[in-house]
Design a protein around this ligand. Structure first.
Ligand code: BES
Ligand code: MN
Ligand code: ZN
Length: 508
């Protein structure tokens, strides 16, 4: 990963390939943001005017490169937009800084060292810039290069070194914040990598092996149930979904434990390594990105490792419900009835509503250990994308206060989310003439119907929330901020902050 250091050097004297400065929107054109005073001085105080000449306005997302002037060691100055200049002594919003740093890091792809002279008013802004830079300096290159390797790789290589100027390298709190940012970004990038790996190279078995390797590396407990154990254990949901595939399902338990923890958080992730829809096959145009259907499991995996790296005083147990949803002669048919791990029976009306089936088994299993709370994460429904768009995940819960907390936590870490209801009247749409419940209900409110289905498999009295990340998990349009095309690592930061809050005893 990109190396990050806090530096006390001046932006003008630090040896780097480019120096990054902030530019905000002022009342009369762009204004240079705090942190870049020395750079502006080298431009005789005319940096804002030069930037304006080049077309910069200070709008968010803007990146303007210009050659340095004498008195600046770095040959290139990169100005990134920060939007409206904050009023009074208010600092810049953390997410604005995170995105600006990400934009800068992306603009410096192929470059070796960047010096970031952005406005670091406090610890929070330093952490945000660090996170943004490390998340922006990401590239998924494993499948690039072929024979001409070397060259291609160097051109697409992420920014290798980031020096943050304006922080306090000798201050313990700053050091800790930077270490946290590094752990967090590494784990978000772990989730992104897993999501980006094509389904032919990330089967349930291979995914489980990655969890086992990480368990070894970070001292986590790991248990893997293979198809034999799942059959024996009565995991009808996981078996039913995985039945059509040559690559059989797995249920992975990955547990981080702190000796002094008083709370246990269970995280459950949907891990469909490929979702073809099964016999209810998805039409062309709807299956090209379905390698991303394990994004929930990737986020859970990453969050457990992050909790371990940070040594949080809380137990965090991850459950990865892994299966490949394929059509074949052995696949579950629409109309089949599955007997789930909970004992409930489910009539499978649509084999493309498979996520709720694997999650149901994992939720029941997770509930057996009586955690203080369960959060599941899943690319569950197209309906949630229709409702909230491509950047916002929906939050459902059996506890209003917990749903509100998750929404606040997500906002705090810079992830867009929205609380969604679970209208009871939608339950009857899932009534089945022959089984306890059907895996599909009314089309209207499809994301909420899925939430109601899941709720039935959560143990009595356990606080539970469901994050439907179908929209933000996989980014298909132009990159922005620290968000690249492909897997985003959506919800990892929210889950980690939830674990931190739980460790601190902030939640119930
Ligand atoms: N994995 C999909 C949901 C999805 C769609 C995620 C697009 C990301 C992007 C899920 O398994 C699915 O197919 N859901 C169906 C449910 C329906 C059949 C009740 C859907 O949303 O159409
Ligand atoms: Mn599906
Ligand atoms: Zn799916």
């Amino acid at each position: 990963m990109t190396a990050l250091t806090l530096s006390t050097s001046s932006a003008t004297t630090l040896r780097a390939d480019a120096v990054v400065v902030g530019v905000a929107k002022g009342a009369k054109g762009p204004v240079v943001a705090p942190g870049a005073e020395a750079i502006d001085k080298a431009f005789d105080g005319k940096l804002a005017a030069v930037l304006e000449t080049l077309g910069a306005s200070g709008a968010e997302g803007e990146a303007t490169k210009l050659p340095s002037t004498s008195g600046i060691k770095a040959p290139v100055v990169l100005a990134v937009g920060l939007g409206d200049a904050p009023k009074g002594d208010e600092g810049f919003d953390a997410e604005v800084l995170r995105r600006a740093a990400g934009t800068a890091a992306r603009a410096l792809t192929g470059v070796k060292k960047g010096a970031f002279a952005l406005p670091l008013a406090d610890l929070e802004s330093a952490a945000a810039v660090a996170e943004g830079a490390l998340l922006g300096a990401y590239a998924f290159t494993s499948y690039r290069g072929g024979k001409g390797k070397g060259k291609n790789e160097a051109a697409g290589a992420p920014l290798a070194e980031v020096a943050l100027l304006g922080g306090k390298p000798r201050d313990k709190a700053y050091k800790a914040a930077i270490e946290r940012a590094e752990a967090l970004a590494a784990e978000v990038n772990r989730a992104r990598d897993l999501i980006n790996i094509p389904s032919n190279d990330l089967t349930p078995k291979l995914f489980a092996e990655q969890a086992q390797a990480a368990a070894k590396e970070f001292g986590l407990k790991v248990e893997v149930l293979d198809e034999k154990a799942l059959t024996k254990g009565g995991y009808g949901g996981l078996i039913g979904v995985g039945k059509g595939s040559e690559n059989p399902p797995r249920l992975v338990k990955l547990a981080y434990q702190h000796p002094k923890a008083s709370k246990t958080l269970a995280l459950v992730g949907k891990g469909i390594t490929y979702d073809s829809g099964g016999i209810s096959l998805k039409p062309a145009g709807h299956n090209e990105t379905m390698k991303c259907d394990m994004s929930g499991a990737a986020a859970v995996f990453a969050a457990v490792v992050a909790a371990a790296k940070l040594g949080l005083k809380v137990n965090v147990t991850g459950w990865l419900a892994l299966a490949e949803n394929m059509p074949s002669g052995s696949a579950t048919r629409p109309g089949d009835v599955l007997r789930m791990y909970s004992g409930k029976t489910v009539e499978v009306l649509n084999t493309d509503a498979e996520g709720r089936l694997v999650l149901a088994d994992a939720l029941t299993r997770a509930s057996e250990e009586k955690p203080d709370a369960i959060v599941d994460v899943a690319t569950l429904t197209g309906a949630m994308i229709l409702a909230l768009g491509n950047r916002t995940f929906g939050i459902m819960a059996n506890d209003d206060a917990f749903r509100t907390s998750l929404h606040e936590i997500a906002t705090e870490v810079g992830e867009q989310s929205w609380p969604m209801p679970m209208p009871r009247e939608l339950r009857k749409g899932m009534d089945s003439p022959i089984a306890d419940i059907a895996n599909m209900g009314e089309r209207a409110g499809g994301g909420l119907v899925a939430g109601l289905f899941l709720e039935e498999f959560v143990g009595e009295g356990i606080t539970w929330a469901h994050l439907d990340i179908a929209g933000p998990a996989f980014h298909e349009s132009a990159p922005y901020g620290y968000t690249h095309k492909g897997g985003t690592g959506s919800s990892v930061r929210t889950l980690v902050r939830l674990a931190e809050r739980t460790a601190a005893g902030d939640l119930g």
